[in-house]
Ligand binder design. Structure first.
Ligand SMILES: Nc1ncnc2c1ncn2[C@@H]1O[C@H](COP(=O)(O)OP(=O)(O)OP(=O)(O)O)[C@@H](O)[C@H]1O
Length: 456
């Protein structure tokens, strides 16, 4: 797929409002501080799921822009929000100079001709009693496109263009293979001649040999019709193969954006580095600086303060007096803090509150068992040991929030206090990490060959 270039912009250190997404010379889509929250538990007093939480980037005309990240980080919500298939909380999406977030219903329907979506399983949400011809024809009918016979002709033309045959018109999706069904989904998305298509995991349900054919088809169609793609994928090799630029998402936040090769060859953000280091190497002896991420991503109803990656970041900035702790000592503290945070958060969930009111017991292991497990084989400097013991006593006495505050006061740093701004790290690459600020070392300078933390 085509390769475009982006202009550079450099952000101001530590300034939350400075937003230094490298801007594209010829953007088709501009996303600015987009937020989409799901409020499903709001009536019960629960917090919203912050599925997309302040995302900004641009997609150039004719470009393929990839979005990668672990399951649940908000990729699909981002794609659907850009197409206004989800209600957005805040922010704007500009398409070819028009702010589509302020369009009324009729204008929105018109605009949707230009912007379509292809799903992982495109026929799953479609009435299985519709024939393939009817499925592809449906958007033409919704938009009252030309005459009935012209619509039929258009469907035949599309079937041919995506590699299906005219006799497939009257068949049903369940009679088709996965690859053929995906071709139907692509034909349907193309029906109204859009300029922009969000491809949501278009090949992840397919065999590898079929994947290549569908990706080639998408590439040919892009060339032929001048399409712009946003490709959502968790398969990094697919992204590397076909995307011009990539955005890396974590917990509703865009951690890094840059040209694909640059980002894969020299990732700047600690999360991108962790994500890429998890790709299996063909040669197992190459992989010395593989980074193992502890735990799972936090709950998007209660994201961490400061940097969203701070609770799992192997490059997290430490207080100067904690720089000399070994990786194991530090990991023990971080795990202890995670356990206490989780207990503190659980006290505020609807289910836990209801359990408390009903007098049902806690699901948690007694705290002293946890600390024995975590710290049993480790020794700490006296001052730290004292803090850990005090926190344990507080939890044992039911004062979980006080324990959390105590540990925060002792161990938290800028990573947990301030949200890092998105700043330019090269002409075309931008990343959100406090370590890009002058007073700290860049993330890459902090790992030894065996992946250990190396303070200055
Ligand atoms: N309709 C909904 N109501 C409430 N929460 C939702 C809804 N849809 C998604 N979420 C939540 O929003 C977050 C982001 O989900 P999303 O599907 O956008 O992530 P994703 O990165 O596309 O995941 P995957 O790769 O598994 O498809 C998740 O925590 C998910 O559980």
């Amino acid at each position: 797929m085509s390769k475009n270039t982006a202009n550079s912009t450099t952000g101001a250190d530590g300034d939350e409002t400075a937003n230094a997404t490298p801007s594209h010379a010829n953007p088709l889509v501009t996303v600015d501080e987009l937020r989409t929250y799901y409020e499903s538990e709001k009536l019960l007093g629960g917090k919203p799921v912050k599925a997309v939480d302040g995302v900004s980037f641009e997609i150039g005309r004719g470009e393929t822009f990839g979005i990668v990240g672990e399951s649940g980080c908000g990729k699909t919500t981002l794609g659907r929000s850009i197409l206004r298939l989800e209600d957005i909380e805040d922010g704007t999406v500009t398409f070819d100079g028009t702010d589509v977030t302020s369009l009324g219903r009729r204008e929105l329907k018109e605009w949707r001709r230009d912007a379509q979506m292809v799903y992982q399983n495109p026929t799953s949400s479609i009435n299985d009693r519709m024939t393939v011809g009817e499925i592809i024809r449906e958007p033409l009918e919704v938009h009252n496109w030309k005459t009935a016979s012209q619509r039929r002709d258009r469907v035949w033309e599309l079937l041919d263009r995506v590699g299906l045959r005219s006799e497939h018109y009257h068949r049903y999706p369940h009679q088709f293979s996965g690859g053929q069904r995906q071709r139907v989904g692509i034909a349907r998305a193309l029906a109204l001649e859009p300029e922009f298509i969000v491809l949501d995991e278009p090949v992840s349900a397919l065999d590898v040999s079929v994947q290549a054919k569908i990706l080639n088809l998408l590439s040919e169609l892009q060339e032929e019709f001048g399409l712009t793609y946003m490709l959502i994928a968790h398969d990094l090799s697919v992204v590397r193969h076909i995307c011009d630029r990539v955005g890396v998402m974590y917990l509703g936040t865009l951690m890094e954006v840059g040209p694909t090769e640059q980002l894969f060859e020299s990732p700047s953000n600690p999360y991108t580095r962790s994500l890429l280091s998890a790709i299996p190497q063909p040669d197992p002896s190459v992989g010395a600086d593989r980074i193992t991420l502890r735990g799972t991503p936090p709950n998007p109803r209660d994201p961490p303060t400061g940097c969203v990656f701070s609770t799992r970041c192997p490059f997290k900035i430490r207080q100067p007096e904690h720089e000399q702790l070994t990786d194991d000592q530090w990991a023990g503290i971080e795990e202890f803090r995670r356990v206490i945070r989780e207990r503190d958060q659980a006290r505020t969930t609807v289910v836990q509150r209801a359990k408390g009111q009903l007098g049902l017991g806690s699901r948690f292991t007694p705290i002293r068992e946890v600390t024995n497990e975590l710290f049993g084989s480790l020794s700490y400097p006296d001052a730290i040991k004292e803090t850990l013991d005090r926190a344990t006593e507080l939890v044992a006495g039911g004062n979980v929030t006080e324990a959390r505050d105590l540990l925060d006061e002792e161990f938290s740093t800028v990573c947990e206090h301030d949200t890092p701004c998105q700043q330019g790290v090269t002409d075309e690459q931008s990343s959100r990490c406090h370590r890009h600020s002058q007073e700290y070392q860049e993330p890459g300078e902090y790992l030894s060959d065996s992946g250990e933390y190396l303070p200055e």
